[in-house]
Design a binder for this molecule. Sequence first.
Ligand code: ATP
Length: 599
Amino acid sequence: MAVRIAWLASHRTVLLLAVAALVGAAAPVAVTWLTRGVIDQIVAGGPAGLLVGLATGLALAGVVTATLPQLDQYLQAELNRAASLTAIERLHGSVGRLIGLVRFEQPAFLDRLQMAVMAERGPGDVVAGGLGAARSVLALGGFLVSLVVISPVMAVVVVVAAIPVLVAELALSRRRADLTFTISPNERRELFYRELLLRANAAKETRLFGITGFLRGRMLTERRTADAARRALDRRELAVQGGLALLGAVVAGGGLVWAVRAARQGDLSIGDVALFIGATAGVQSALSNAIGQFTLLHQKFLIFDHYRAVVTGPPDLPVAAHPRQAPPLREGIELRNVWFRYTPDGPWALRGVTLTIPVGRATALVGRNGSGKSTLIKLLCRLYDPERGAVYWDGIDLRELDPASLRERVTAVFQDFVEYDLTAAENIGVGDVTAVDDEDRIRTAARRAGVDDELAALPAGYRTLLSRIFLTEADREDPTTGVVLSGGQWQRLAVARAFMRDGRDLMILDEPSSGMDAEAEYRIHAGLQRHRAGRTSVLISHRLGSVRNADVIAVMDDGVVVEEGTHVDLMNADGIYAHLFLLQATGYLDDRATAEAAP
Ligand SMILES: Nc1ncnc2c1ncn2[C@@H]1O[C@H](COP(=O)(O)OP(=O)(O)OP(=O)(O)O)[C@@H](O)[C@H]1O
């Protein structure tokens, strides 16, 4: 796969690198043979023409040897750029195709993802490394032939001495790849602490509570743990590679002594000695290069395996053989005995929920913290699948629908909505990306969410960037490049974003007004009430005053729906809802009574 990505990214560069590898392999071998020829011709007083020819050849080979590395480096960088772009595109394409949230909550997947991101340069490295290894092997062949000509015994000794090097290096390479994976959780945690320490929106709390030192300590502990593992491997490498280098030097030194003695006895010419020295050094360096390249390649392949696993992995949620397009909602959405938990051995978040969300009606979900309200709406969007039971869209199990077509029919304000570092207009426009530049629609949505005036009054109006992440130092001085909104303003922006998807079949509102001031909250609920009339909506709110007009109020407790009906029904039933409602109402009345009693 790595080679295919590199080939697809730029086959011209791959071919040029292959030619460079061939020339790179031939040049040093040619240099040793030409050197031998020149020396022997000088000693024997050979013809001047031949000598000049050999010397010119030697000079040319020298030019190629000197300039080739630069060209090679440029081609490798070019291939890396092209191949990693293709690899990034594929990786993010695969991650973007994940249907639900399950994978993003699995530490093993996140570790693998981190490795996959690191492997983005893999295809270029694998091809360049493979060609580098091929070049070293070719050069090795050339030098070995040269060595065999002078001393077959020495050739065998050099090759045999290389076998332990290969075995040891491959073992080290596997250990290095394993280490990268083992320390991945430490690296992720270190990154988390580092980002927390540098994040503007965490700074107020970390300073007030005086926990920067505590967090820094944790960050450094993670780094030290990872460094200790890296150091242990580095020491092992030092011992193994040091020993092997010594072995190589002893072999080369022994060979040199033999060659000098042979020349003294007249068995070798001076040119032969030069060839022998060049060939021995050449064999050893080509061998160590080849082994180095192979082990690096091996390591890259092991790391690239994580990339391959992410890109070719199975879907996170089962996909129907023939998914159906979600039809317009005509009757309603039904949850039948839905059981769900976030992890296979974790506690149940939903334990047998049965509920109908009728079309054209406003349904409200209320209940204590952790009772399962947000979980239920995540299942409505098929961000997770129930473990038992099912959710039906007009009688069709959500698992049979094409998830994208289902989501096309839904709009939502999530409790933890995203604050995009984009312009105000884009923050709203991404609600319907086909209309991200449609100023009229964006302003209409903002007006309905009650945030139009504030956005129009920003330094660059709707084009103001809603971020304090400055691109350049000059941006810091320019107020139009970054503005920070308040929590309630952001929330109204999120509501406007949901309004961009006007006319969808289902509107989900999870605590859409929790951070708003009383007036904004009143206005937003009045607006939402108008908007929800005759439409299908699900509203989650702890402020029970805002749900009393809903057509159906479902009360959740400990993962089940325990009460269901209109406000009047539930008040008459005198259950959890009535208790919570009276508790809130009493709070307000008490305050009024206190205020009235005040002098
Ligand atoms: N991503 C998650 N992974 C594991 N457990 C989760 C996750 N999200 C929620 N839970 C657990 O599921 C249960 C239900 O949570 P949920 O967010 O649905 O409650 P809620 O009724 O919306 O609460 P709140 O009123 O506080 O928003 C809780 O016990 C919670 O700890």
